[in-house]
Design a protein around this ligand. Structure first.
Ligand code: SF4
Length: 326
């Protein structure tokens, strides 16, 4: 099956400071992955790892410094906002920010129908909206005439997803979609993504710091740290048998064996984020329990081990099980 979305050596560089003394921060460093239709691909990592910057570049909110984004075999052109490409839709972290509190929620749904000319009259529009709301467990009668404050965060996130579905997208980009909804309804939203994947054959790019929901959604995962993909492969394999010390640390911070339970023991965010971005060699060297001298000087290559790609000197030079891929 051809890839629905592919990034090739995607890179984003920011500069901080004055012209005379400025730091070059590589927020996304040569990130390459591909995902298929009907598949969940998770970008995981703590805050500041670069995963949202990857999503922003795919959506066209940021321009890549270098690299390519290919969607259904079409390379995104400079300045093109794929956000306006109806085949790609996005759901964001805070559903309360998606909707203006002074505007009735149904207005957003009718507006999308109008913008994309999806229905010939009001009755056809209502029918279409109702069908998409039903796909997320709601109905038009439950939404009609109501303002955002009359819904829970979970309901608003469902409405936001229903609005995305109006245009029959093939790819949904979901950036931390459950981090601001109650834990009690978090799994119902995650199950909704499963449903969209299985029943509508949609590709879902799931961006999260929550490994438990990533595990539950299955598919492929790329674990990011300071702009780099540290480990990438099938979710079950990466999370049950992590190779990279950073993935191992993340994995250990899930206290429950039951993957459906909330990840409670999140690792703390480094106060030295900028320092880590500027670090030579492996970005994780300052926190790695297995750090070696070479890690402080040389960026590790990515090696492939049993279908998992890992970027760590621990695996460099080991013959037989792995081959160098870049
Ligand atoms: Fe740790 Fe070195 Fe591997 Fe980086 S390259 S994760 S510092 S062992």
């Amino acid at each position: 099956m051809p890839a629905i979305l592919e990034t090739r050596n995607l890179t984003k560089v920011f500069y901080r400071g004055s012209l005379l003394a400025r730091d070059r921060i590589v927020a996304v460093d040569n990130v390459s992955f591909q995902m298929k239709r009907g598949e969940v691909f998770t970008l995981a990592g703590e805050s500041g790892c670069g995963k949202t910057t990857v999503a922003r570049m795919i959506l066209g909110f940021e321009h890549p410094t270098s690299g390519e984004i290919v969607y259904e075999n079409n390379e995104a052109k400079k300045n093109e906002k794929v956000w306006f490409n109806q085949r790609i839709q996005a759901v964001f972290q805070n559903p309360f920010e998606t909707f203006n509190p002074l505007r009735k929620v149904e207005g957003y749904l009718f507006e999308t129908v109008r913008n994309y000319r999806l229905a010939s009259d009001r009755s056809a529009a209502e029918k279409l909206i109702n069908s998409k709301l039903e796909a997320v467990g709601l109905s038009f009668s439950e939404v009609q005439g109501r303002y955002p404050s009359e819904f829970s965060g979970g309901q608003l996130q469902r409405i936001s997803i229903a609005r995305s579905l109006l245009v029959d997208p093939s790819l949904l980009i979901a950036d931390e979609p459950v981090s601001m909804v109650d834990a009690s309804i978090r799994m119902s939203i995650v199950n909704l993504f499963k449903h969209l994947r299985d029943e509508l054959n949609m590709g879902i790019l799931y961006i999260t710091h929550d490994l438990a929901t990533a595990y539950y959604l299955n598919g492929q995962i790329a674990v990011m740290f300071r702009g780099n993909t540290m480990e990438m492969g099938p979710v079950q394999q990466v999370l049950m048998n992590p190779l990279h010390p950073y993935t191992q640390l993340l994995r250990e911070s899930i206290p429950e064996a039951d993957p459906a339970k909330k990840w409670q023991g999140r690792i703390s965010i480094a106060e030295t984020e900028q320092e880590e971005y500027l670090r030579e060699g492996c970005k994780f060297a300052g926190r790695c329990p297995q750090v070696m001298e070479i890690c402080k000087k040389q960026v590790p290559d990515i090696v492939s081990i049993d279908g998992v790609q890992v970027k760590c000197h621990l695996y460099s030079g080991t013959k037989g099980r792995q081959k160098e891929v870049s």
